[in-house]
Design a protein around this ligand. Structure first.
Ligand code: NAD
Length: 472
């Protein structure tokens, strides 16, 4: 059996000081596929020290040099595209369709950072002063398991564009994907010490990054609970933080929407990445007097277009949950929805037929969901959709905003001006109108407890820079 027994520090694959082993389990059948030896706080400190030293020279590089490094990273990652996709399917259990998109996103991040640099003004005149933007320092990058390399790449590309050096702590459950990503970084032949990768546990490596004085910023994607812990820990050293956290995103179908189109989109929005995504449209808001039609369309659509199964198969739309723990969590919410009195329209508890070995969950839809119910308020992180009804547009907006989250929202309407008017009233970092389009250069991030700061494009780059005013 394969054992990953190296961390990546100072441009080399080295044996970690840490010696704790962690099992990597294939979520499709729960077989043991590999083990990883985890980094500990000594490894984290070594990586931070190296990154700090590398910052002395890297912070002084020109934009042209950084663009060259980003290009090299792009080429090295693009060469391994197929391998990156396959290992993501195997280790994470993401569907082939999703893993392709996520991997392309990871690879393209480096190109987008180059494009962003092309439009970014590092020196601006403000009133009578000159304002210069310089790199913040060493950045700690902490990422979750649900699209691991894509999150790492989007943060890393911006850190490099800014002239920051990095210490990356991915989820321990993504160690095989991380190993391949580290090989891409190595093959890009960047100067030593700019990218350091230490896969380790939250309370050990994550904590060291959060508390260490030599880390100037944490860029984190993960749960709201952990984001809050990091923000508290980071406050002692006044670290900058970018926190991309959870969501319970509303999807409003206005009464003039084309339901034949909007319902399939709503199903895709709810079940994308097997429901294990911060951006899933997990609350579908529909007009009260159209609920029967909505129910019909949901049933037909799930029957015809949704397939739970082997993630490596081309037409699978929902793969297994990443772990047994995540499977149990989703099951507990399905049980809770029934206990709370919601109506189970599709799916329910247990494994889908013939899929008993892996962490597969039935595509599940609840109707007659009230906004006070936990299934309407808490992030489930699985393929479970809650359908709520509203009387009028005003109530739809009120329900949409009745959440502690504010990451994403979706609106469908036959009238784009009306949709835009509604979108402006929703408290979310992104609202997608009549579709599921992604814009990788526009800001991404959360209102309220969905986070702090923005990623992508010029807004994302600014998060890695400190403005300095020069007055003459
Ligand atoms: P998580 O918060 O449990 O862990 C994320 C990362 O943080 C992991 O690497 C983990 O080891 C580390 N970590 C955990 N506790 C820590 C601590 N106290 N100090 C430092 N590091 C710590 O999240 P997860 O279960 O891996 O991922 C699922 C969550 O991520 C969901 O809530 C989801 O909404 C969120 N998410 C948000 C976005 C976004 O862009 N807003 C994207 C994807 C996922």
């Amino acid at each position: 059996m394969k054992t990953i027994n190296k961390v990546y520090i100072n441009g080399k694959f080295v044996t970690p000081h840490g010696n704790e082993r962690f099992d990597l389990i294939n979520p499709t059948d729960n077989s043991l596929i590999a083990q990883v030896i985890l980094a500990d706080e000594i490894d984290a400190r070594n990586a931070i020290e190296i990154a700090k030293k590398a910052f002395e020279t890297f912070s002084k590089t020109t934009i042209a040099e950084r663009k060259e490094y980003l290009q090299k990273l792009y080429e090295a990652a693009a060469k391994k595209e197929d391998e990156l996709i396959n290992i993501m399917v195997k280790e994470y259990g993401g569907t082939l369709q999703f893993c392709r998109m996520s991997t392309q996103n990871a690879i393209n991040s480096f190109q987008r950072a180059i494009e962003t640099l092309d439009q970014f003004n590092f020196e601006r005149k403000v009133n009578e002063s000159k304002v210069v933007f310089g790199p913040l320092g060493v950045v700690g990058i902490i990422t979750p398991w649900n699209s691991s390399n894509s999150f790492i790449a989007s943060k890393l590309s911006m850190a490099i564009a800014a002239g920051c050096t990095t210490v990356i702590k991915p989820s321990e459950m993504s160690a095989l994907q991380t190993e391949l990503f580290a090989q891409c970084v190595h093959e890009a032949k960047l100067p030593d010490g700019i990218v350091n990768i230490v896969t380790g546990l939250d309370q050990i490596v994550g904590n060291e990054l959060t508390l260490n004085r030599d880390i100037s910023k944490i860029s984190f994607t993960g749960s709201t609970a952990v984001g809050k812990a990091i923000a508290k820990g980071a406050a002692d050293t006044m670290k900058r933080v970018t926190l991309e956290l959870g969501g319970k995103s509303p999807n409003i179908l206005l009464d003039d929407a084309d339901f034949e189109k909007a319902i399939p989109m709503a199903i895709t929005a709810a079940f994308q990445n097997s429901g294990q995504a911060c951006v899933v449209g997990s609350r579908l808001l529909v007009p009260e007097d159209r609920i029967d039609e909505v129910k019909q369309l949901i049933k037909i659509n799930i029957r015809n277009n949704v397939k739970v199964g082997n993630p490596a198969e081309e037409n699978t739309t929902i793969g297994p949950m990443i772990s047994r723990k995540q499977y149990d969590r989703v099951q507990s919410y399905i049980k809770l929805g029934i206990e709370e009195g919601a109506e189970l329209l599709v799916g329910g508890e247990g494994h889908p037929e013939g899929l008993d070995n892996g962490n597969f969950v039935k595509a599940t839809v609840f109707t007659n969901v009230k906004r006070s119910m936990k299934i309407a308020r808490q992030e489930i992180f699985g393929p479970v959709l809650s359908v709520l009804t509203y009387k009028d547009e005003k109530e739809a907006i009120a329900i949409a905003n009745d959440t502690r989250y504010g990451l994403m929202a979706y609106v469908s309407s036959g009238d784009s001006d009306r949709a835009m008017k509604v979108a402006r009233q929703i408290d979310a970092g992104r609202v997608i109108i009549n579709g599921l389009k992604h814009d990788p250069l526009a800001p991404f991030g959360g209102f309220k407890e969905s986070g702090v700061g923005r990623e992508f494009g010029v807004y994302g780059l600014e998060e890695y820079l400190e403005p300095k005013t020069l007055i003459q």
